[in-house]
Design a protein around this ligand. Structure first.
Ligand code: DX5
Ligand code: ZN
Length: 214
């Protein structure tokens, strides 16, 4: 079944506990961490992950949009993250491998993320250590942007490699996902859909989550 990971970037941060309860029928809580360097925006970090951990039974899917994430992955795991994904563009191959090993060593699911300009091949050195690969369908940094349909060949390529190798690796998409684009990404192999504005702007949030799941 398709999994839905609402992004709390579109939640009301003054009412975060309430807004996390509102997505209790989803599969993961997607947490967008931005440092103002890797992306031109600053959001939330380790203390917020620790604070929301007791507020939900759902796994926390932490998307690190930060420079040299190897420096912080252990702290995010200790704060309560269940899945931690790092951008392949954020550090050297050696340090990215090290970050994935640290996350796995903490007993968590590790993953890599590809920005729109990054080819599918960039995930290959990491695939056998990944429990998640995340394909950005917008430029990371902000919610509410338009879906980039031209990412679909990349998504389909990653689906093919994951299946050919028989990997226990979820394929996730993030950015501009709504009930229409959700069908497109699922057709191209996505299994986990991140959605921020499409979930939090809906009048009926459980209904919207069902609709996205298809
Ligand atoms: C963008 C974030 C996304 C964002 C998605 O950098 O990684 O998770 O919140 O928001 P929507 O679904 O509104 O495009
Ligand atoms: Zn994200």
């Amino acid at each position: 079944m398709i999994k839905i990971a609402p992004s709390i970037l579109s939640a009301d941060f003054a009412n975060l506990e309430r807004d996390i309860r509102r997505i209790s029928t989803a599969d993961y809580v997607h947490v967008d961490v931005m440092d103002g360097l890797f992306v031109p925006n600053i959001t939330i970090g380790i203390p917020v992950v620790a604070a929301i951990r007791p507020a939900t039974d759902l796994p926390l899917d932490v998307h690190l949009m930060i420079d040299r994430p190897v420096r912080y992955v252990e702290q995010f795991c200790r704060a309560g993250a269940d899945i931690v994904t790092v951008h392949v563009e954020a550090d050297s191959q050696e340090n990215t491998l090290r970050a994935l090993d640290i996350i796995r060593g903490q007993g968590k699911r590790a993953g890599v993320v590809l920005k729109p300009a990054t080819p599918a091949q960039a995930a290959l050195p990491f695939l056998d250590r990944c429990g998640m690969v995340l394909v950005m369908t917008v430029e990371p940094g902000f919610g509410g942007q338009s879906f980039m349909a031209d990412m679909m060949p990349k998504l389909a390529q990653l689906r093919a490699w994951i299946d050919q190798r028989g990997l226990d690796c979820e394929l996730e998409v993030d950015g501009g996902i709504d009930p229409v684009t959700a069908r497109t990404v699922v057709e191209n192999g996505a299994a986990v859909l991140v959605a921020g504005s499409a979930v939090y702007q809906a009048a009926d949030i459980p209904g919207r989550i069902r609709e996205l799941r298809g």
